[in-house]
Design a protein. Sequence first.
Length: 205
Amino acid sequence: MERILITTMILMIQKKISWSSNYQSLVSHYKPIFDAAREDLVNCAIVQTNTTESSELEWIINILERFPAFCRQLKERHDGRTTLLINDEYDVQDLVHALLTLHFDDIREEEASPSCAGSSSRQDFLLKKERIVIEVKKTRQSLGARKIGEELIIDMARYRAHPDCDTLICFVYDPDGWVKNPKGLISDLERCDTEGKTKVVIAQF
């Protein structure tokens, strides 16, 4: 009886040692794989978030760059029906707002920005979830490249203090070509933002 008991105990110890050895083997071989997979999942989530943010920004910029074509199409009404005339900046804002509703749900108009040097301004649109502010300008004879540039530089300085703005899009609609060198103005304005968070779109003709 004692011999049977001793034999049984030896077998149990051997099984325990074997199980412990197998566990350690599994841990040493497979834990790095699971750890790597977990890191990949985290990185994929980060990439997906960045890709989504990038695609939202690209969508807005694409719409704004094609804004002149959109305005031309509005004039081609069936049977010569009346259309919205784009006479000033407010007309441009109304159309941009309508286009944004095709893609975004939370569009906040005329959000107040923090003060800068004792004054404050109001952005045209704030996409709060996407943390994007859109400024809309329309050129005219008294608001050409120089004046537009000065106004946008002030806007860029103000937006840096806005708690809900990571990206500022400055949209300039210039149907009459008052800005003679749009690429130069875009380059100068975006270079003024050392953080690289400002995008300038000048749409002409």
